[in-house]
Design a protein around this ligand. Sequence first.
Ligand code: SAH
Length: 230
Amino acid sequence: MNKIDKMISTIESEVTYTRQMTGRDKLNPRVVDAMRRVPRNLFVPDDLKPFAFDNGPLPIGHNQTISQPYIVALMTDLLEPDENDIVLEIGTGSGYQTAILSLLVKKVYTMEVIKELNGEARERLKQNYYQNIEAKNANGYEGWPEHAPYDGIIVTAAAPFIPQTLIEQLKPGGHLVIPIGLPYCHQELMRVDKDEQGNIQTNSILGVSFVPMVDAQGGSEQNKESTENQ
Ligand code: SAH
């Protein structure tokens, strides 16, 4: 079994193992296919490449991490991506989750608060021909109002509460997938569903551990310049 097959098989076992909590015993085959097609080794630092297909998070510099493949797969599945969707991602990090989304939806807007990570991810995605992505260095608490509303919003850092701005930027029928909780405390992966009438329903999916979503004052110097990555 090659490394990617092994990673997929580990993800599928973990999905089965956690089915009582997540309410999902299988991932959408489109999501599995995207996980198979994006080489995770492209998104981790050189010295960690031997561990790129292990089912664990890895450091990517600036005290941040690339998430565990099982969590990336689960969060992508919870988003219920459709090929015509326009999606907002908050917490670009390495760009791994962004690359997976780009294979599943029409357009991905992604925001990263750390300027260097935004620059590196943008370059990496471009060099590896991931298209239909626009990435900017900005604070995700504001969302990206110019392109709202979104069919789905995915946040890959833990927020202390569900940001109202993001709920407002979600389309009726859309899903917001976000870890909620304080750093080093219990965090809960949540899915917020907005129905066609605009009513909100919030479901708790699974206990998780994410780096914190920093607030408006917590980010590094910001560069709002935005470049189409096509
Ligand atoms: N999805 C990423 C995970 C990166 S970790 C990957 O696959 O690699 C979470 C990222 O969220 C970090 O890069 C962190 O800098 C970023 N982040 C934290 N708070 C943020 C905020 N308010 N707005 C945008 N990005 C934020």
